[in-house]
Design a binder for this molecule. Structure first.
Ligand code: SF4
Length: 355
């Protein structure tokens, strides 16, 4: 290890187990009713120690447990992982520690135990407030289960986020507006709205579903933007000011992060060099500053804040194209961001923007 102090890294920890697979899900997870948590814990802690050895005692501003269904994890496993991070890194006192969860996997006592062990933000896979749609999606819980978990978490003073899916077969602009009205009643400070996409090798991928057209999906997207009571701060994310997911904002803004666990990706910045990293131990390889700058543009432009125009970012942007397309992108406060119109065609904007 060199004498140079490496910068802060955010940490993503993947928990690849679920009770069963949902019909739409192509995430890296598998149905497993009784995972070997001891083995999982050892593997995760081993990877943490590996990176501590490489990076030194860096600051850790955020930890995000994603899945899979992290709330299936015993609290003792969560505690062991947090303590290993604390022992090896400088976990900031005000660090954001998020746990993804599914309704029905966590009772109030367990929720409080996670909170006591350091979790301060709960992200809940609600997906729908309609029990028929939940069944169709292959979810194992009811809408009431989800509302109960949200209520319990809010009562405990946790920061709470809920995920929803729209664009199911039969969804219309009108049905999506009704869904927004129901969501607004819950009083959330943060939520995510994901368009249903049909992935190969999922039950939905084999079902030949009668999906809304692209134009209808776009209409629903605009309707959501107009009806959700919270402002949008990223393509799929809405929150009250100050309630952004700090982990994601750091990562989208181009900060370094470590991916821990099978299938978790990371971007390491070590001794002034970027590395592409895949969880599962020691796999990492150099990436150039221009590749990393391109990634920062791709993720930064998904946020309303936009992408900071640092020298590396400037060097890969086609500034002439930017100044010729003020309807799609603008620059202010040394940040480049997509306009509302630009957000609707973001993939094209990004393709044109990068030299
Ligand atoms: S709970 Fe989440 S990760 Fe697990 S199968 Fe369902 S959608 Fe996929």
């Amino acid at each position: 290890m060199g004498t140079m102090q490496n910068p802060a890294h955010n940490i993503y920890i993947h928990v690849p187990y679920c009770m069963s697979k949902c019909n739409y899900c192509a995430f890296f997870s598998r149905a497993c009713s009784a995972p070997d948590w001891g083995e999982y814990e050892n593997k995760i802690c081993g990877e943490i120690e590996f990176w501590a050895d490489k990076l030194g005692r860096i600051d850790v501003p955020t930890i995000f447990f994603g899945g899979g269904t992290p709330s299936l994890m015993p609290v003792s496993t969560f505690e062991k992982i947090i303590n290993t991070i604390r022992d090896n890194f400088n976990l900031l006192t005000e660090a954001e520690i998020t746990l993804e969860s599914n309704p029905g996997t966590l009772d109030e006592k367990e929720l409080n135990d996670f909170r006591c062990a350091g979790m301060n933000r709960l992200s809940i896979g609600v997906q729908s407030l309609d029990d028929d749609k939940l069944r169709f999606l292959g979810r194992r819980h009811t809408a009431q289960d989800a509302l109960d978990l949200i209520g319990a978490a809010q009562k405990m003073g946790l920061r709470v986020s809920a995920d929803f899916i729209y664009g199911l077969p039969g969804d219309t602009e009108k049905s999506v507006i009704e869904m927004c009205d129901q969501i607004n009643q819950i009083g959330l400070n943060h939520l995510s709205m994901y368009e249903l996409t049909i992935e190969e090798n999922t039950p939905f991928g084999k079902m030949n579903l009668d999906m809304p057209t692209n134009a209808e999906m776009a209409q629903m997207y605009v309707a959501i933007d107009n009806h959700i009571a919270l402002p949008r701060y990223e393509v799929s994310n809405y929150c009250a000011p100050g309630h952004e997911c700090r982990h994601n904002m750091n990562v989208w803004g181009g900060a370094p992060y470590i991916g821990i666990g099978n299938g978790a990706a990371g971007r390491i910045y070590m001794n002034n060099q970027w590395y592409d990293q895949l969880g599962n131990g020691a796999r990492f390889e150099k990436i150039s500053n221009s590749v990393r700058a391109t990634e920062k543009i791709i993720t930064g432009l998904r946020t309303v804040r936009g992408c900071q125009l640092t020298d590396d970012v400037k060097s890969v942007i086609d500034i002439e194209w930017v100044s010729n397309h003020p309807m799609l992108v603008n620059i202010h406060n040394n940040c480049i961001s997509a306009t509302k119109q630009g957000m609707l065609v973001l993939d094209d904007v990004i393709l044109n923007l990068i030299r």
